[in-house]
Design a protein around this ligand. Structure first.
Ligand code: JTA
Length: 705
């Protein structure tokens, strides 16, 4: 990152980090933490400064904290954490911030004249300071929280409600982006209706993505092009050196595998120049002349989404497929209201704790149809500094004549078209029929991947292996030659973890690993299970990430789930992606693969929305006669024989290796072999306070709620 692009805040944060690092490594220095309610909202700084004076703070205490920490200890925020004997004032503050008031506090720790801020922002302070009665907007937020809590808590991600407040991007982040030249901010089309709304009183500091709030109040950053946007595509994500490639060239280089990571702001341009894509690249007119589109997703920021389309495509018909109900649904409709070209389709979720995780785009061009299957929510933050996966299909040409009713023509050897149609049929929604017809009318013979989906239900009989892990098992049994592969390790990499049972034999090393370890011939139940390696960010991976602790907002693993399945953590490895320049870009991608013992070959590779949960992959019931799935998920499976004349892929995360290859290689999102956690390293848990060490922005983490 160029030093002259660094803001004063950032310099400060870096300096503080350096100081803290020194202290943590035994330099004799006393420091003081101050929780400051310094805010923008009618509170004078002097009124709200609260000082924490740790007593007997040995400089190495943060390390001690990490060393012998049971999860219980980690979770108890009202104990003196970090072996730091904090003053009661501090406890009061932190306690109150956990006590159910959704108020986030901005804790600012100052050290030697610098400032350390927490993730917490300022809004609620004005509310809680000014009155005992929360403001209307806080009420809204709370009711939305309990709603989404009810909807989601349980099966998978232990759910915090205020997803987006954790995933919001700060102004500081925005300013810290680029290794590239500044791009002038221009007014963009589509702002007119925005200007009629009242301005949100929290301005650019507003973290709320609650669509009803966004629909009601204007947010300047909603329509200001962010650095990530400005610097997307050829303008700012140069490949390297002076040669600036168009996205079409980048796209061509990635064929036929066509697997990309999203571009990341704040890493060397080299790592955004190959096998990397921004949403504006995907939607750009160079990819096709857009007639209509459909967006399947979990989270939507509709005004932002509209702005990712080139101006000339912004009023083309757009169908959004979502899983929201009740209030969240009406809020989404309210957000779409200014855009008459947008229609919404609610995915049925009849099984408790199910969610609509599928992330897919249909892009209908005058020249054909393109399908994109990926891992990104349709919110700005998901395309900013995270590691995300994107598979982009070729343009499927229109069939010469439409096939007769019930017939699937123009399918690939992988049956991509048949299986995509089956997936869409599972929604049982007439709103999807036009897209089902578009798909039927296109020739998808060029698709080389298999669809691996999950749809909610109790699947039995001949449909038992249509979805989830049994679907993957069946595909692997059909195509993976077992003789050499049988003992190869299975790798799982994910961003969220569900409750998997008290014993590894219950599900993880039982039915799930049996599916991921499946091969041709030999009945997988007869062979011993393969080695299993799981990749999930450690606390330090998140702390030192580009986003800092807030990056952990997309890694919703909770302490209460974690402490019931400690066996799981014995499989854990760090997030590391030096090869792709993404070691500090928190993974929201989910991938699964079968690797050779020397880590250079893959027997198969899956990129999907499915996290490590029973809700996503399914769990068998009734003595294995049915598979129960709660959520919608979608991924694509890469089998080497559909890309090369070999039974394995050569894989690498090294850009140099990928660029120099003269056969299709698998562009790995992370480094192999996986790096085990250090002795005292713990998985990231998003509801555990991290107040011992500052993150890459100089902030500590006080989990919301
Ligand atoms: C944070 C989430 C998704 C997805 C789903 C998430 C939750 C928290 C991020 C996310 N759920 N959650 O499908 O992309 O608690 O449900 O990114």
């Amino acid at each position: 990152m160029a030093a002259n692009n660094e803001s004063a805040d950032e310099k400060l944060a870096r300096e503080l980090q350096r100081q803290f690092d020194e202290e943590a490594h035994g330099e004799e220095a006393s420091y003081r933490l101050a929780v400051s309610l310094a805010g923008r909202h009618d509170i004078s700084d002097s009124d709200s400064d609260i000082t924490i004076e740790p007593e007997n703070t040995s400089p190495s205490s943060p390390d001690l904290f990490q060393t012998d920490l049971s999860y219980e200890n980690q979770s108890s925020h009202n104990n003196s954490t970090a072996g730091i004997n904090r003053s009661t004032t501090v406890h009061d503050i932190s306690d109150s911030s956990y006590s159910g008031e959704e108020a986030e506090r901005s804790c600012t720790a100052s050290s030697s004249g610098g400032e350390l801020k927490t993730n917490r922002s300022l809004h609620d302070i004005s509310a809680s300071d000014s009155d005992t009665e929360p403001s209307t907007s806080l009420k809204d937020q709370r009711s939305q929280s309990s709603l989404s809590l009810k909807r989601k808590s349980g099966a998978e991600e232990s759910l915090d409600s205020n997803i987006s407040q954790k995933r919001r991007k700060t102004d500081l982040d925005r300013d810290s982006v680029g290794s590239e030249e500044d791009v002038a901010t221009q007014p963009l089309a589509g702002d007119d209706e925005e200007n009629s709304k009242p301005l949100c009183k929290y301005g650019s500091k507003c973290y709320r993505k609650n669509p009803s709030h966004r629909a009601e109040f204007r947010h300047t950053e909603d329509h200001r092009p962010s650095s990530a946007e400005d610097k997307s595509s050829k303008q700012s994500f140069k490949s390297s050196g002076s040669h600036r490639r168009t996205f079409s060239e980048v796209y061509e280089e990635a064929q036929p595998v066509s697997l990309f990571l999203t571009k990341v702001s704040g890493i060397p341009a080299l790592h955004n120049g190959s096998f990397a894509v921004h949403i504006k690249d995907i939607l750009s007119s160079s990819m096709g002349n857009l007639m209509a589109s459909a967006q399947f997703n979990y989270m939507f920021d509709i005004p932002w989404l509209v702005q990712q389309y080139p101006k000339e495509f912004r009023s083309k018909p757009m169908l959004l497929i979502h899983g929201e109900d009740r209030q969240a649904k009406s809020a989404l409709h309210a957000e779409a209201e200014p855009f008459p070209n947008i229609r919404l389709c609610q995915a049925k979720l009849e099984i408790m704790y199910g969610t609509h995780h599928t992330k897919m785009m249909f892009l209908l061009y005058d020249s054909g149809l393109r399908v994109v299957i990926h891992t990104c929510n349709l919110i700005e933050n998901d395309w900013y500094q995270k590691t995300q996966g994107v598979w982009i299909s070729p343009v499927f040409p229109k069939l010469k004549r439409p096939p007769p009713d019930g017939a699937v023509e123009g399918d690939s050897v992988t049956h991509f078209k048949r299986d995509l149609l089956a997936y869409l049929s599972a929604y049982k929604s007439h709103l999807l029929s036009t897209w089902i017809n578009h798909i039927k009318e296109h020739d998808m013979a060029a698709a080389r991947v298999h669809i691996v989906g999950s749809v909610p239900g109790r699947h039995l009989g001949e449909k038992k292996d249509a979805w989830g892990h049994l679907r993957l098992r069946k595909l692997l049994q059909q195509s993976v030659h077992g003789d050499s592969v049988r003992k190869w390790p299975v790798i799982g990499q994910f961003s969220s973890i569900g409750s998997l049972g008290a014993d590894k034999s219950n599900w993880l090393c039982g039915e799930w690993l049996q599916s991921l370890g499946a091969c041709r011939q030999l009945s997988s139940s007869l062979s011993s299970p393969p080695p299993l390696h799981l990749i999930f960010p450690s606390k330090d991976n998140v702390r030192l990430s580009l986003e800092g602790y807030p990056g952990g907002g997309c890694l919703p693993y909770s302490i209460n789930v974690a402490k019931k399945q400690t066996y799981l953590h014995t499989f854990f490895h760090q997030w590391k992606s030096d090869g792709r320049g993404r070691s500090r870009a928190c993974p929201h991608i989910k991938t699964y693969l079968r690797a050779s013992p020397n880590w250079s070959e893959a027997a198969w590779f899956l990129v999907t929305s499915a996290n490590l949960s029973k809700a996503a992959w399914g769990a068998t019931e009734k003595k294995g006669s049915q598979l129960m799935i709660r959520s919608y998920e979608l991924g694509v499976l890469f089998i080497p024989k559909h890309f090369t004349n070999r039974d394995t892929f050569t894989m690498s995360s090294s850009l140099q290796t990928l660029q120099g290859a003269n056969e299709p290689l698998l562009p790995l999102p992370y480094d192999l072999p996986p790096t085990p956690y250090g002795n005292n390293e713990r998985p990231w848990m998003w509801d555990v306070p991290c107040t011992d060490l500052p993150d890459s922005h100089g902030n500590i983490w006080c989990p919301p709620r």
